[in-house]
Design a binder for this molecule. Structure first.
Ligand SMILES: Nc1ncnc2c1ncn2[C@@H]1O[C@H](COP(=O)(O)OP(=O)(O)OP(=O)(O)O)[C@@H](O)[C@H]1O
Length: 261
């Protein structure tokens, strides 16, 4: 059977800030329809990797292909067509504080479809807000009036505005209580299932990895040192991987997951 092209392909990526090399010769493939968890110690460059893929960080070297389009050296208008096809939920939601939730959701729609009239924009925003599990009245609230969990859902609603094929989530459950985090995980999985999304998910949350990720990529030593199902990762001998998955938190997450299946 022919291999399906990866939705994201990164080859030989190098990123540095001054003397500080963040990535060196990093390779990564994200497969169609999977939820790929991206883990690594703090400061290993998970967010910088995501920013490189979505064109917010120009790498020093390497090739990045997203949805069949080579992203390096693309002019803004050339990247426009592919940017339409992904959604991004930044760490902390990154909502515009002076806009209501509905207006936040409309931001990408206004950028990509300036011809849409107000009624259509409102209709789409209402639908995305509902899809993200927020009550309808949240549409008219400002970010400062929302709880942390609601802000995350609002960020998710905005990332879904354009009916993306590909979703980037940067630490979506950070700061949520365990019940809120697990509800958010369920929502991510069910959206992925129903909308057929491919998801690039940066997380420190071991429960999320066990509950919803099809594969996990581990970043250490400036590159992806291992990628696969958690059991496959455990068969590698990198000390960080063992400390992470076999430490007290890793064991607790595994036990919790086993009890649920
Ligand atoms: N614009 C920038 N200028 C200079 N250094 C930067 C910039 N962006 C990121 N860095 C540095 O790059 C390194 C990787 O940052 P990044 O945010 O990708 O880490 P991370 O793995 O996502 O960390 P965390 O898990 O703590 O969120 C850090 O040392 C950070 O200080």
């Amino acid at each position: 059977m022919a291999e399906i092209d990866p939705v994201i392909s990164v080859r030989g990526l190098r990123n540095a800030f001054g003397d500080q090399v963040i990535h060196d010769n990093l390779d990564l493939d994200v497969r169609a329809g999977e939820i790929l968890g991206v883990v690594g110690g703090s400061g290993t460059g998970k967010s910088v990797l995501m920013r490189s893929i979505i064109g917010l960080q120009e790498p020093e070297a390497g090739e990045i292909t997203v949805l069949g389009t080579s992203m390096r050296g693309k002019e803004e208008d050339e990247a426009f067509e592919v940017r339409k096809r992904w959604g991004v939920m930044f760490q902390g939601g990154a909502l515009f504080s002076t806009l209501t939730v509905a207006e936040n959701v409309q931001v990408p729609l206004r950028e990509f479809y300036p011809q849409f009239d107000r009624e259509l924009l409102e209709e789409i925003a209402r639908y995305k807000i509902q899809l993200s599990g927020l009550p309808p009245e949240a549409a008219h609230k400002y970010p400062s009036e929302l709880s942390g969990g609601m802000k995350k859902r609002a960020g998710l609603a905005r990332s879904l505005a354009m009916d993306p094929e590909l979703l980037f989530l940067d630490e979506p459950t950070a700061g949520l209580d365990p019940i809120g985090a697990s509800k958010f995980d369920e929502l991510t999985r069910s959206l992925q299932d129903t909308l057929g999304l491919t998801v690039f998910l940066i997380t420190h949350d071991l429960d999320t990895l066990y509950a919803i990720c099809d594969r996990v990529a581990v970043i250490a030593d400036k590159r992806v040192i291992a990628i696969g199902k958690i059991d496959e990762l455990l068969s590698t001998d990198h000390p960080w991987i063992h400390e992470y998955f076999s430490g007290p938190r890793g064991r607790a997450a595994r036990l919790g997951h086993e009890r649920q299946i």
